[in-house]
Every structure is written in structure tokens, then in C-alpha cells.
Design a protein around this ligand. Structure first.
Ligand SMILES: [Zn+2]
Length: 1087
């Protein structure tokens, strides 16, 4: 029964009555063949619908195990039992990374055949299992009181991680499964501590989808800036080590591998033998031995360092970071009062903003370690000094978590080609700069402390071309590095780049005019789509029916095939709908040229989006790939049909916001099916009406897609939005992409990861399934401390992203972050990263809004500020003084919390469209921190008096650097012009008495009254003022991958409203001013 959907596809059932006759697409011949379909057991995913769980369960019984057994939603037979579709390669490979299993490693690799070794949870983390995108209804707790939002509490006891098998690849489907315990809710709960006051949020996951990053011209190309390492510069890896372990980043080691048994220590049984104190640190070092530079064990091997000709950015010679023991021993975290702990009375010090961007704090590590540490742009922790125990963390009352931007476009990325990727035999950590070498032949893992052998090959350093310096290999000199996976590690060919576009062509869609822009953009960028000679492409359009396009090479023109039976959708000609781009490029171009006119006159108003998505899923299932959906209205026909849930009258007045969770689980279920087949769905929502993004967004959220939102899109009425769409689409089409990806985040024993934020599906405790990964996606995770870290001086975190490049290479990008462990509360506070905390709290609050309520989330955020500042006051401050006191590093915390409360996602009392709110929530969850921070707290600059003083020089351009102003109307003046950078949007506000020089020299208008109403481009004038202004705006835009629109506004402009709403420090009718908010905090703290 579960094969019903594919019978149609395979032609083994009674697919369609008419047979796929071929109708050239032509404007005249529009409606082509309609395939009527025999009734078949139909896909009725609604049957599986289960109730949306009520708010936050009190205390999740096993808070992290909302994952029902996979079988409950994926009862398909094993892939091998499906017949291959005729004419299709029968791919039986397991999903990348393989199904999760807990079988012993021995069984993982030897199975021949197209199967990757299953990833395992090795060693099963003592606590946690994250995700919970599937709250098992059984686990639902009665919706008593909202639980305290407790990021700091001890992790609750948990069972072993629940395995989450992914669906087998191949033509399996589970559409007709019996009602499964699917639930649209999720609760990534956090742990709670009964001692805690009932404040705050609980981290619960389940917001809408994710936000869309997008961008300007940043090249998508892979900056393989450095030549690959290895004896061969680029080509295939040396084949000297045929017995390399099958790998999958997520895969635990096959026991046999690498280079023989570990020498010291009990082979196989690890941790017990190496107690918490890493011997590497014990061996050396009088605690105050000064920053000695090299590891005694390998000192003798240190030789003059020869730089290889490759472009690799070699850290300066000197103490290898791997030789960190002595340095650590000398680490002193307490030397006087650091600037970060300077006491600030927030009620007195008004201007707390630094003149420029707020810098990320630097972890308090020895210099040689810090120099090599992972960039905060990629990997950041809310606390740059990790508390030694959970109780210390509880006391600090600050959230502990990581923020990642793992696939960021990097200008420098060392790439290593090696037949042996050196990993810990026990926990599979990749060798990194923070391991220690006991001697030349042994290294100790910095995550689990197992001693591993150094493989023979690793003894040769391709950079210095010397032998016997394993600690100088690029792998131990770079905290961010990429490996090209050796071919032995691949048991099947990596998938090609596959792009399928699904386009709304209903009357409403045509009316917006987006189709023209879309088609032109694809035409313009068709040669820049990432890929190679295997790249495939396809198109589906839909209104009340679904239209396919036969683009088979050899046809004289594209043929349109219409399937009107949307209740049981099937593929009319499965083999010719997704075609090789190179071979069929002309047909594709013909289609793109004719599409906009093809539907010009349509009067069809209905939208069968659900059926179109099902068809697209079937089409992509055999290979995996990227599905890009363009939708302009609420789907109202067939499966997945939705109804409007928004009452416009309630936008401002509602006590609490309803309908933040999906109305149906159709989109989520389909997304999970997609994820199982390595298909990611990106949603472009272009609409002026309510589209229920909370429901539609699930399609992207759970399939690791992106969401792009263009409210009020119209090609005539909203030209700025068109520009925005064009820019974003160009970035989208041309940016780098990784297919069939998985990401695993590991951390030092004693720490555990629980709740994940972003767009993905959590496959096992720490493994994220990412059918696609893009360079604009961010992730966040929450952590807890399970075991005391007493004997440790540092801990490490490693994120490994395994993906298939658009050129068909399997690659692994590894980031490793090292942070000190501290035992005093003041040190914990000294290391607080206020932006990372704000970013993580925003993610947690989104979850809380959906699972509990918006007001609950708002209370929780306020309490987060109260809790941390009162903890500081009670436990850190030695001299009590009046005022609202904060350590300097947290001085912006209350401001950021207030900014979040006034953010579109969380605000109340201000008219906010539901879709706008949900889109904002998605963005907060999915944007990398740097961009999310601008959404939360925009930067305001005065720009009518820009000078070159203190300007930057960026590629021959002089970029002025005006200082950042407080977000208050006080800072505006009528004779000036002010630029507000809010991340995805910028406003240039022109004062009524604006300096005439600025008007003429920059805007090219004679006076204020002549400033056009809808100005969104700065004219390119040959004046110094114009050049400065454009250089500054251009430079701001270059800092992010998406394209922020610039609106020039006057006092009378409609857009003045959102501009003024961003004046966070000011009072509004429904919200406190910053000063009032501080008073409120003070009052609560002194209670
Ligand atoms: Zn290890």
C-alpha cells in the first residue's frame, strides 16, 4: 500500500488513462493533456494528524525524548523491496550517513554494497537526545503552569538516545501509513531545576520555519583558496592506505582502521582509563611555568619550518598549538579585574554602545591557543569561559549554548586531501589544534581523552615537506579546515546537483508579475548554477492542476503535460521531467522565455500547492536535490489546503497571539519525507495577503530549506520589493550549495548538547540531517554540564559538516572551538558574550512563543535579564552600591532584551501581520548571529556629515566610519540625514530641514520637498558626498550575504512608522522606554 504513489510513477499500476501524449508548450496550445487517473488508494496524510500539543509540557518526562520510534512514521519496507522505476537507476543507497543504529561498530562497515556505515551515537552521550521534533503525544504533559525557563539547570535524567532512522532512499514512500504519532509540536525542552523561580522560558522547539538569508553578489564559489594538501596538489588522494575507515562524519569508527591498535591504554575501552584529568596536561608543567612554547615530547623534532609553496595560510612558526600543555598550565584567568567586569550603573551611564560594531569577546586562553582558535564568525559560545559545574552555571543564570555559521563563505579555507583522515578511534573527533601529542606517535583526543596512534602518513607534513612533525600538519594548525573525503570512503557516487523549481501560476501569481522576474533571473544565471556536467534541472507549475514539462533532449520544444487529478498526483513521464542541464539547455531556455506569457491570461484562482509539492517530491526522490517553491497565496485546493486564520482586527489588540503553530502537519510530514530522500525545500513567499507562513514554513524548516518572504510583492506597485527579489534570487541561484549533508556537533566529555535551533531534522542525539546546506544558514544549540569539569582547564567543541559539493565531491568541513573552564562565578560573568546570549535567547523565545504563548516568552526574556543581573549583584559584587549594576560585558543585555521585546516577532500592542511576525521568528532562528543582531538592534548612523576621518580603506575605496548612535529620537535632528541598518532592510531618514548640501550632492534633489516618495536607490553622483555615502552603504551591504533594501524616507513617508518602531530606547504607547525598563529590572532585582 505504501507503494501506491509510486506505482503510478512506475507505470506498474494504472498510472494514467491517456498516456503521456506530447504537447508542445505553446502559447496557443496551452492546456495540454489532462490525465485523469484511476482511483487509487490515495495519499491521505491527514489521517495521521495528531493534535497539537498544548503549550509547554510541564516537565517533560524525559524532556528530550519526544522522538517516537521511527517506525511509527516510516513503516516502509526496506528499499530493496521496491522495484526500480523503469528507466531509472535504482538507487538503494542509504541516506548519507546511513541510518542511525546502535549496533556495535563492528557491524558498521563490512557490509558490502551500496550502503554507508550507519552513524552511531558513539559514545552515547550520557544525557540528552535533542530534538524532539516529534513530541510523542504520550509524553505530553498536562499543560499546567508554564515551566520556568531554565537554561541553566542540571540535565534531567535521560534514557539512551532514541534512534531516529531516516527513511530509506529509493522509491519508498510512507504516504499511506497508518495514523502515526506525528505531532506538529516539538518540544526541545530544556532542563529545569525545581529550585528555580517560575520565570522564564523553556527552550522548546517548534516555531515556524526558518528565515531566509539571501544576498548580493557574494560569489558562491568555493574558495578553495589554499591548494589542497597532500602530496598531490589536487587530484585524487594517494592510494597508499587502502584500508582507510569508511567514513561518514557521523560514523563511528570501525574498530579496525587507522594504524594499528592504540599503544597505551586499554584498547577499545576508553574513557574509564583516562580519568578526567587529561594526562597531556598532567605531564608537564609546573602550574606557573610561564608560557613555555613547545611540548617537551616533540621538542626535539621541531625543525626549521619551511613554508610550502601552497597558498595555505600558515600560522607563524613557533609553538605548535597542539603542544598546549605547558601553556595551559601557565594560564591565569584571574589577573586583577578585567575590563569586562568593570561595574556599570546602567541607570547612570546612558551611552553604552561602542562606536562601531560590538566585538565578540575573546576567550581567556593563552595567546598561542587563542591565535589558532575558531573564528567567532563561525563558532561562538554564549559563555566564553565555561563554568566548571552545572551548579555554577545555575548560579550564574545565564544561558549556555553555541551559535554556528558552519558553511559561511570564507576567504581563506585550508583544504586537505589525504587518504587518511585522522580521527579519534573512540569518539570520532577529527584531529584538531587542541589535541595533545604525547610523543610523535601518539595523540590524545581533547574530547574524550583517548590516546590514539598517529598514522604513518600523518608523520609527513605536506606543508613543510618534512617528516616527523605531526603537530605541524595543517589539521593541527587550523581550527577550521576542510577535507576532501577519499574515494574509499564512498560506497556510492555522490549525487549530482539537482534543481527543481515549482511555480505558482495562478491568477494571483501572474498578477504579481513575479514570474517574469523569476524566469529572467534563471536565464541570466543559468550558467552560474553550481554544478557540473551531471547537473539536472526541472520545472513544475501549478494552479488548480499540476503542469509538468518534458524537456528531454532532442525535442524541438518543451512539452507541457497537465495532471488534473490532484488527489492522487503522479508523474506523467518520470524520466524526462528532470533533465541534464547541459544537454537540454536550449529547451530550458525556451521554456523560461515562454512561461511568463503562457499563463498571462489565466483566470484560475485556485492553488493546489500540496499536490504540486507531492509531485515534486516524487520527482526528486531518486536523486535528492533542491526544491524551490514560489507561492503567492494561501493554498486552497486538495491536500495541504489551508484557511485563513488571521483576524486583522486582532493584530494589535490581541492579548496573546494565536496561530503561531501550524494548522496542519501536512507540510511537516512532507518535509520529513523530503529529508529522508535528501530533498530540501526552499520557500519563496511573495504575497500581499495572509498565506499562513506558520503552516507553509514547516516544509522548509524540517527539510533544512530556507524561507524567503516578500510581503506585498508587486512588480508595478512595489518596485523596491522587486529589486529585493531580484538580488536575493541571484544570490540564491548562484551561491554555494552542499547536498546530502549531515552535521554533527561534539563536545568534551562532561558537556552535552540538547536543544537545536535552525532548519534541519535531528536524526540522532547530535546529528542534524541537512539535505541541503547553504552558506547563509545559522544554527544554535543549547548545552548543559553533566559532569564536573574539575580537572579540566579547557574544553572543546567540534562541528563537522559532511556534504557533497555541487561538483560531486564528498567534503568534510570541520570547526573546532576551544574555551577555558573556570571555577569562580566572576570568571563566568567575565566571559559572557552578550550578543550570543541575545541570539540564543531569541531562538528559545521563538520556541516558547509557539509551544506556550507569546506572553510567556516575553516574560521569560525579561526574567533572563533580571536573573543574570541579580545573580551578579548577589554573588559577584563585593561592595553593594545603589543603582542597576551590571558587569561591563553585560551592559548591553537589558537593551538587547528590550529590543527583542519590541522586535516584530515578539512585540505586542503594535499592529503586526501574523505572517510578518512568523517570518521574523523564522529569521531569528535561522540567521547567523551577526545578521540576527541587526534585526534585533539596528545600527543608527548620522550620514549627512560623513568625513574621511577614521575611514577604512577597503579595496581602494575610502569607507567612512560614522559612529553608532543610540536608537532614540533624541539622536535625530531635523537638519540631518540618518541611516538605520536593520539587517534585511535599511532606512535613510531625511530631516525636514536637512542640510541642502546633502540633498543636492547625495540625493540629487534641490530641496526637501523634492525627495521622491519611493526612492530606494542612491543616485550615482560624481560628488565627494555621494561617493562617501554610497561607499558606506555599499560596505554595510557587503558585510552580509543577502541584499538589504534601502528606503529613503521623509517625515511624511509611510515607512516612517517601521523606522520609528526601531527606536528601541523610546517609549511607545504599549511599551516601556529603555530607562523605564531599567527601572523595572531594578525593582524586580531588589525585591
Ligand atoms: Zn575522542
Amino acid at each position: 500500500m505504501s507503494t501506491a504513489g509510486f506505482n503510478a510513477q512506475n507505470g506498474t499500476g494504472q498510472p494514467y488513462a491517456n498516456g503521456p501524449s506530447q504537447n508542445p508548450v505553446g502559447v496557443q496550445q496551452l492546456p495540454a493533456v489532462n490525465y485523469g487517473v484511476m482511483p487509487q488508494p490515495s495519499y491521505n496524510p491527514m489521517q495521521a494528524k495528531s493534535p497539537v500539543p498544548p503549550g509547554p509540557g510541564l516537565y517533560p518526562s524525559g524532556p528530550y525524548q519526544h522522538i517516537p520510534p521511527v517506525s511509527s512514521y516510516q513503516p516502509g519496507p526496506p528499499p530493496t523491496s521496491y522495484p526500480a522505476a523503469p528507466g531509472q537507476a535504482h538507487l538503494t543507497r542509504a541516506p548519507l550517513g546511513g541510518p542511525v543504529s546502535h549496533t556495535p561498530p563492528q557491524s558498521a562497515s563490512p557490509i558490502p554494497g551500496p550502503r554507508l556505515p550507519p552513524p552511531q551515537c558513539t559514545p552515547p552521550p550520557p544525557a540528552v537526545s535533542s530534538s524532539g521534533y516529534y513530541p510523542n503525544p504520550q509524553h505530553q504533559q498536562p499543560p499546567l503552569m508554564a515551566p520556568p525557563w531554565q537554561y541553566n539547570s542540571a540535565p534531567p535524567p535521560m534514557g539512551p538516545p532514541v534512534p531516529m532512522n531516516t527513511q530509506p532512499r529509493g522509491p519508498a514512500t510512507n504516504h499511506v501509513t497508518p495514523p502515526a504519532p506525528y505531532s506538529s509540536a516539538t518540544s526541545l525542552s530544556m532542563s529545569h531545576n525545581a529550585m528555580q523561580p517560575p520565570t522564564s522560558l523553556q527552550g522548546c522547539g517548534q516555531p515556524g520555519g526558518a528565515p531566509p538569508p539571501m544576498n548580493p553578489a557574494a560569489s558562491h564559489q568555493y574558495h578553495a583558496s589554499s591548494a589542497p594538501y597532500g602530496t598531490t596538489p589536487t587530484g585524487p588522494p594517494p592510494t597508499t592506505k587502502p584500508a582507510a575507515p569508511p567514513m561518514a562524519n557521523a560514523t563511528p569508527p570501525p574498530p579496525k582502521t587507522d594504524a594499528g591498535p592504540p599503544q597505551p591504554g586499554p584498547p577499545g575501552r576508553h574513557l574509564g582509563h583516562y580519568p578526567s584529568l587529561p594526562p597531556g596536561y598532567q605531564h608537564h608543567a609546573p602550574p606557573h611555568g610561564g608560557p613555555s612554547t613547545s611540548h617537551p615530547g616533540i621538542q626535539s623534532a621541531t625543525q626549521p619550518y619551511t613554508r610550502a609553496p601552497q597558498l595555505y595560510q600558515q600560522p607563524p612558526p613557533g609553538p605548535g598549538p597542539a603542544q598546549l600543555s605547558p601553556s595551559l598550565a601557565s594560564m591565569s584567568l584571574q589577573s586583577g579585574t578585567p575590563e569586562t567586569l568593570r561595574v556599570v550603573n546602567l541607570l547612570q551611564e546612558r551611552n553604552l554602545l561602542p562606536p562601531g560594531p560590538v566585538p565578540a569577546p575573546t576567550p581567556c586562553l593563552p595567546q598561542d591557543l587563542q591565535k589558532i582558535n575558531c573564528s567567532p564568525e563561525v563558532f561562538r559560545c554564549t559563555l566564553t569561559s565555561i563554568p566548571q559545574t552545572q551548579s555554577l552555571l545555575n548560579k550564574a543564570k545565564m544561558p549556555l549554548g553555541l551559535l554556528l555559521h558552519p558553511f559561511k563563505d570564507l576567504s581563506q579555507l585550508p583544504v586537505v586531501t589525504s587518504s587518511t583522515i585522522v580521527r579519534c578511534r573512540s569518539c570520532r573527533t577529527y584531529i584538531n589544534p587542541f589535541v595533545s601529542f604525547l610523543d610523535q606517535r601518539r595523540w590524545k583526543c581533547n574530547l574524550c581523552y583517548r590516546v590514539n596512534d598517529v598514522p604513518e602518513e600523518f608523520m609527513y607534513n605536506p606543508v613543510s615537506r618534512s617528516y616527523g612533525e605531526p603537530h605541524k600538519r595543517p589539521e593541527v594548525q587550523n581550527a577550521t579546515i576542510e577535507f576532501i573525503a577519499p574515494s574509499e570512503y564512498m560506497l556510492r557516487p555522490p549525487q549530482p546537483a539537482v534543481y527543481l523549481f515549482v511555480l505558482d501560476v495562478s491568477h494571483n501569481a501572474v498578477e504579481t508579475g513575479y514570474l517574469k522576474v523569476f524566469c529572467q533571473s534563471v536565464l541570466d544565471n543559468i550558467n552560474a548554477l553550481p554544478g557540473d556536467s551531471r547537473t539536472k534541472i526541472g520545472f513544475i507549475t501549478f494552479d488548480s492542476t499540476v503542469h509538468f514539462y518534458n524537456l528531454q533532449e532532442g525535442l524541438s520544444q518543451p512539452q507541457m503535460l497537465i495532471v488534473s487529478d490532484i488527489e492522487d498526483i503522479f508523474l506523467p513521464t518520470p524520466d524526462s521531467l528532470l533533465v541534464n542541464l547541459n544537454e537540454s539547455k536550449e529547451l530550458v531556455q525556451d521554456l523560461l522565455k515562454s512561461l511568463p506569457t503562457l499563463f498571462e491570461k489565466t483566470m484560475e484562482t485556485q492553488s493546489a500547492l500540496g499536490s504540486a509539492l507531492q509531485a515534486a517530491f516524487k520527482l526528486l526522490s531518486p536523486t535528492g536535490g533542491r526544491l524551490s517553491v514560489f507561492q503567492t497565496q494561501l493554498p486552497n485546493l486538495g491536500v495541504g489546503a489551508l484557511q485563513s486564520r488571521e483576524d486583522p482586527n486582532q493584530r494589535a489588540s490581541a492579548k496573546d497571539i494565536q496561530h503561531l503553530s501550524p494548522a496542519t502537519d501536512f507540510y511537516k510530514k512532507l518535509a520529513l519525507d523530503c529529508s529522508g530522500q535528501q530533498v530540501a525545500v526552499d520557500l519563496f513567499l511573495l504575497s500581499s495577503q495572509y498565506c499562513d507562513l506558520a503552516s507553509l514554513g514547516c516544509i522548509s524548516r524540517y527539510s533544512a530549506g530556507s524561507i524567503y518572504y516578500f510581503p506585498s510583492y508587486h512588480d508595478k506597485h512595489n518596485p523596491a520589493q522587486v529589486e529585493h527579489f531580484q538580488k536575493d534570487l541571484k544570490r540564491y541561484l548562484t551561491r554555494k550549495i552542499g547536498f546530502e549533508a549531515v552535521m554533527r556537533i561534539r563536545c568534551t566529555k562532561g558537556l552535552s548538547i540538547h536543544t537545536f535551533h535552525g532548519n534541519f531534522f535531528v536524526r540522532s542525539t547530535d546529528l542534524l540531517s541537512l539535505p541541503n546546506v547553504n552558506p547563509d544558514a545559522g544554527f544554535a544549540v543549547q548545552m548543559s554540564i553533566d559532569e564536573n569539569l574539575d580537572d579540566m582547564q579547557v574544553v572543546s567543541f567540534q562541528a563537522a559538516l559532511l556534504y557533497t559539493s555541487s561538483k560531486g565531491e564528498r567534503r568534510i568541513r570541520v570547526h573546532t572551538l576551544c574555551l577555558p573552564v573556570v571555577h569562580s562565578l566572576s570568571d563566568v560573568f567575565a566571559g559572557a558574550d552578550v550578543q550570543a546570549m541575545g541570539g540564543l535567547l531569541a531562538c528559545m523565545a521563538v520556541d516558547r512563543s509557539v509551544t506556550a504563548s507569546l506572553s510567556d516568552a516575553r516574560d521569560a526574556m525579561t526574567n533572563a535579564a533580571i536573573d543574570s543581573l541579580s545573580s551578579y549583584r548577589q554573588s559577584v559584587l563585593t561592595i553593594q552600591q545603589p543603582g542597576l549594576l551590571a558587569p561591563a560585558c553585560l551592559r548591553l543585555f537589558p537593551l538587547y532584551i528590550l529590543a527583542l521585546l519590541k522586535q516584530k516577532a515578539f512585540r505586542t500592542g503594535t499592529s503586526t501581520r501574523l505572517d510578518d511576525r512568523v517570518a521574523s521568528m523564522c529569521q531569528l532562528k535561522y540567521q547567523p548571529l551577526a545578521y540576527a543582531m541587526l534585526m534585533i538592534h539596528p545600527a543608527l548612523y548620522r550620514v549627512d556629515d560623513l568625513t574621511d576621518e577614521g575611514a577604512l580603506n577597503v579595496s581602494e575605496r575610502t569607507v567612512p566610519q560614522p559612529r553608532v548612535l543610540q536608537l532614540s529620537v533624541e539622536k535625530l535632528s531635523r537638519d540631518g540625514a540618518f541611516l538605520m541598518d536593520a539587517g534585511t532592510i535599511m532606512y535613510l531618514w531625511i530631516g525636514r530641514n536637512c542640510n541642502p548640501n546633502f540633498l543636492t550632492q547625495v540625493l540629487g534633489v534641490p530641496n526637501y520637498a523634492a525627495v521622491p516618495e519611493n526612492l530606494y536607490l542612491l543616485p550615482e553622483l560624481e560628488t565627494a558626498e555621494s561617493q562617501r555615502t554610497r561607499a558606506f552603504v555599499g560596505w554595510l551591504r557587503e558585510q552580509r550575504p543577502f541584499f538589504p533594501l534601502l528606503h529613503v524616507i521623509r517625515d511624511e513617508s509611510q515607512l516612517k512608522v517601521p523606522f520609528m518602531q526601531n527606536m528601541i530606547e523610546d517609549r511607545t504607547e504599549s511599551a516601556l522606554s529603555y530607562y523605564e525598563f531599567l527601572l523595572h529590572l531594578q525593582q524586580q532585582i531588589s525585591k
